[in-house]
Design a protein around this ligand. Sequence first.
Ligand code: NAP
Length: 304
Amino acid sequence: MTQAILITGGTGLIGGRAVPVLAERSEIRLLSRRPGSSSIPNTRTLEWNGVDVPDEALRGASTVIHLAGEPVFGGLPTKRRLDRILKSRVDSTAALVARLSSLPDDQRPDSLVSASAVGFYGDRGDERLDEDAVRGEGFLADVCVDWEAEAVKAEALGLRVVRLRFGIVLARDGGALSLMAPVFRAGLAGNLGSGKQWFPWVHIDDAAAMLVRATEDTAWTGAVNVVAPEPVRNAELTRVLAKQLKRPAFLTAPAFAVRAALGPLSDELLGSKCVVPGVAQALGFDFTHGQLSGALADLFGKSA
Ligand SMILES: NC(=O)c1ccc[n+]([C@@H]2O[C@H](COP(=O)([O-])OP(=O)(O)OC[C@H]3O[C@@H](n4cnc5c(N)ncnc54)[C@H](OP(=O)(O)O)[C@@H]3O)[C@@H](O)[C@H]2O)c1
């Protein structure tokens, strides 16, 4: 055990997969709003309010991983929820960096690995979006831009800052797929809107592995797209998922209905983002699940 890593939001989907791996080599401190004992070796849970990092959590930590944030899906897009989605990311990152700045130089962690999302790019048609692409428009793009802007401030304090722009993480027991699979299983699924929009996906194993690499490999810095190397259009996702689950998917959810249900969050499903993992590939990251059919077979193979 050579270092301590402080993780916010480490109890969630991505943290749940990455923490056990990180804990093999480091002491892990999870900041959670619902602290309990962790069953993962070398891991303890500390309480926080979702914004203010307690002093003891940072003591001796070499890296901070910031994953906390109100889930984007899972409720109506009321003004209150949209506000929570924004503030749980932006205010917590600002408070974290303020806390880092209050530490003496020699007691500051070396690195901040902060989550962001491909929502940064907005709705971009067929444009190939690597990390050099400019920001997009819309609520989710605004959230990501403000979120990343707060994280980047830690660079002025001497930290290596990695902004992981996660695509839609595909996992069996959480995230977008666990909401979609029951609809497919009921035979009620189909394309969303035109189905032509690009869908930036990544298998949970690769998302977690990229988080671990970003934490441990100092060559990883700046914005990093956490997506599979082969993005697909929504219609292809529908076809491959339906085939994997052996169900029909002939229906279409019209764009206006998706917009009516999700408001500004509908960009996540209807916006087209042909995002590619330019930085990860340049750094030699080896994807375990680079193709959608293989990724879905891995996740649902036994249940189909
Ligand atoms: N999963 C995806 O497809 C995806 C895609 C793009 C971006 N991301 C981003 O990557 C990060 C991690 O994703 P994830 O899927 O692992 O997240 P998650 O499972 O939805 O949530 C991570 C953790 O955030 C904490 N949290 C939830 N609501 C909060 C709030 N209002 N204030 C403070 N903390 C809150 C919870 O921890 P406690 O209850 O223990 O406090 C939760 O376990 C998130 O910021 C997410 O936006 C994820």
